[in-house]
Unconditional design. Sequence first.
Length: 471
Amino acid sequence: MFTESASSPDKIAGSKWGAHLATASRPRSSQAHWLNLGSHGLVFIVDGSRVYDVEPALIDRLERALDGGEAEVEGVLASVGLSSCELIDYAPLQSPPVHALSLAVAQKCNLGCTYCYAGQGEFGGPAKNMSLSTAQQAVDWMVRSKKPGERVNLAFLGGEPLANRDVIRAATRYASSVCKDLGITIRFSITTNGTLLTESDAEFFEEFGFAVTISVDGLREQHDRQRPFKNGAGSFDRIMQRALPLLTLQQKMQISVRATISPGNYDLRSALDHFLGMKFHSVGFSPVLRSPSGQGEMSYPDLMLLLDAMVDCGLEFEKRTLRGERYAFLNVVNALHEIHNGTHRPYPCGAGAGYLGVSASGELSACHRFVGDKHGQMGDLVRGIDTAGQNRWLAERHVHNQTPCQDCWARYLCSGGCHHEVIANGRTACNYIRGWLHYCLQAYDRMLKLRPDWFGEAGAPYATLDETNPF
């Protein structure tokens, strides 16, 4: 049984934890969340994402205060100097500057993933490629108001972006040259299914220091079931073969795996160990919470089984890290750093704000997932951002305007969840996310006591999951 009093990862390995974590992490106060760890307690203050190591007696006082409601909980917290600091701004963002674009350079794909948010790459329309002139226009539009020393990010997505390889390379060279002339730092990334990778791509990505994310949904059997070619053939072996030149050259570039998890795909540890053993820079998992057909979406029982598997990976991360090994399980790495840094935000990502998607035809959207979706339209490259629509969208999506987020202790870490998933399907993963964060708070307590130096190591967090919240 996973218990809050467990003091070592070894004591809770081999158990099933999902349902317990969902119960233990339920919201009881909008101001704080607390854990009884036996010899001591943890108090997580929602405003500012602050974590305090406290005496068990304070945990007992907070438990008793629940009978008196929020005011009594606030009184207990205030009596020990842990009251709210009002660090979160209730005002929504207004016309924020754009510093990152994702270009849908190829709205088409050679795979037939049934859960694909892009409708197997075409976003519900005809297959198309972005022209070089549109890509260059996007770059010019992004950097036009930037000052020397500022940073921007350019991502290539699809569909399968490498179906339009020539535009990727030309646009990268163009953006690099423009930014060098302006004194701007630019970073490049690409998310690819990996089937079209070549040795020449490896050399190109290394030259420009790309962050390369390859979509691989587990080991061969599970991956081939979820991500076949459109003729039904498996794609796993092809991807592994095509990834080897990148892994061999990897120095300036970083090659990571992003695995999308659907029901029945719970052997995360085997996949994690396999890909890290191949020297992928990091591996992250993300559940299917929304698919156009509904196929592959995770139900509550599915998410609890996934939570078991995620905690299993997290415990392995703790053990190996305590032994001094590098074990780049992206979900836990980013969660621990965000807790340590006191990350608190009213939005889950930069979508609709500092980060926008650009369709092959030059339309602007809230992010790469909203290409062709009326719920995330933001203007176009010719006329620019529809600022009234953007500001209205940002006001509506602020976590304080989301239900039931106002009463949830995790609201400034989760920040309401992926906009695209929530708008389409609602909040189906709250118990999963809270349960995962509840575990991560315990892992943070152990790591901070046993490996405090880890939090200062260069290079972490290692990456992001599609520019969205990593939880």
